[in-house]
Ligand binder design. Structure first.
Ligand code: AMP
Length: 249
C-alpha cells in the first residue's frame, strides 16, 4: 500500500510571531520556517507503517514556494521515499490545497492519505476533511492510534473529554493528532541519503484548477498584552480580592 503525506512549510513553532504594522498579516521576513509539527507526526506514522510491513511506499507532497523543498527533504530524511513539490508563491487556502491533493491522489492512487490535523499558521483544520469530501472517501480526523488490517483501518480519535474508536475501509483520509506518536529526528546519514531521493517539481498552475483564495483578511492583531500582577499584604486581602474583584470564589 502506498501512503501519501502532505507536508506544509510553516513558521517554526518556536518563533515569536510579529504582526505586520498595517495588520495585513504576519511578518515572514527572516523568520525560521519548518515542517508543520502535525505533518511530522503524519510522516512518522507513515514510516512506522512501512517499518511494520504495511506500507510499501511513502510519497510526500508540499504546495508552496521553492523553499518548501527543504521541508520535503526533511520528510525524505525521516524515511519517506519520494517527494513532489507543487510550486506556487501565492497563498493557497485549504480548499485549493484539497483540490490539488485530490489531483495527486488521482495520479498516485494511495491506499491512505495521512494529513496533519491542522497547520499551525492558518489554524484552519479543514484540508483533510475537504480532501475526503472531494474524493468521496471515508475520513478519520484527529487520529491518536492507527491500526491497519487488510483493507480496513481501526482508528482511535481524540474527542472532547475522551476518545472514540472507529473502523474505516481503505482508501481513506486520516488526520494526525498530537498523541499519535513522537516523531523521530532525522540522523545525519539519513539526511545525506535523502539528498539522493527523487524530488519532482510541478507548477500549481499546470493542474488547471481554480485555487484562487475565497477569503479576504480584514485584520490581524497580536493578543492583548498581559497586565502586570499586584502584591497583596495578607491572605485575607487575597481572599477578598478573589471574591469581590476576580469573582472566582
Ligand atoms: P489546515 O487545514 O490548513 O489547518 O491544514 C491541515 C493539513 O493539511 C496540514 O497539516 C497539512 O498536512 C495539509 N496542508 C495544508 N496546506 C498544505 C500545503 N500548502 N502543502 C501541503 N500540505 C498542506
Amino acid at each position: 500500500m502506498k501512503i501519501l503525506v502532505p507536508v506544509k512549510r510553516v513558521v517554526d513553532y518556536n518563533v515569536k510571531i510579529r504582526v505586520k504594522a498595517d495588520g495585513s498579516g504576519v511578518d515572514l521576513a527572516n523568520v525560521k520556517m519548518s515542517m508543520n509539527p502535525f505533518d511530522e507526526i503524519s510522516v512518522e506514522e507513515a514510516v512506522r507503517l512501512k517499518e511494520a510491513g504495511i506500507a510499501t511506499e511513502i510519497v510526500v507532497v508540499s504546495i508552496g514556494p521553492q523553499q518548501a523543498q527543504e521541508t520535503l527533504r526533511t520528510s525524505l530524511a525521516m524515511g519517506a521515499d519520494r517527494a513532489l513539490l507543487i510550486k506556487t508563491d501565492e497563498t493557497v487556502e485549504p480548499l485549493g490545497v484539497a483540490k490539488l491533493l485530490k489531483a495527486v491522489v488521482d495520479e498516485e492512487q494511495p491506499g491512505l492519505v495521512i494529513v496533519g490535523k491542522q497547520a499551525i499558521d492558518d489554524d484552519s483544520n479543514q484540508t483533510g476533511q475537504m480532501l475526503a469530501a472531494l474524493l468521496g472517501w471515508p475520513q478519520a480526523a484527529f487520529a491518536s492510534k492507527i491500526e491497519v488490517e487488510g483493507d480496513e483501518a481501526t482508528i482511535t480519535r481524540e474527542i472532547d473529554g475522551g476518545s472514540q474508536t472507529i473502523k474505516v475501509t481503505l482508501p481513506a483520509v486520516m488526520t494526525a493528532d498530537l498523541r499519535l506518536n513522537e516523531p523521530r529526528y532525522a540522523s545525519l546519514p539519513n539526511i545525506m541519503k535523502a539528498k539522493k531521493k527523487p524530488l519532482d517539481t510541478k507548477e500549481a498552475a499546470d493542474y488547471g484548477l481554480d485555487i484562487a483564495p475565497r477569503l479576504e483578511v480584514l485584520s490581524t492583531a497580536e493578543p492583548a498584552a498581559r497586565k502586570a500582577g499586584i502584591k497583596v499584604e495578607t491572605v485575607a486581602e487575597l481572599v477578598d480580592k478573589l471574591k469581590n474583584e476576580a469573582g472566582v470564589l
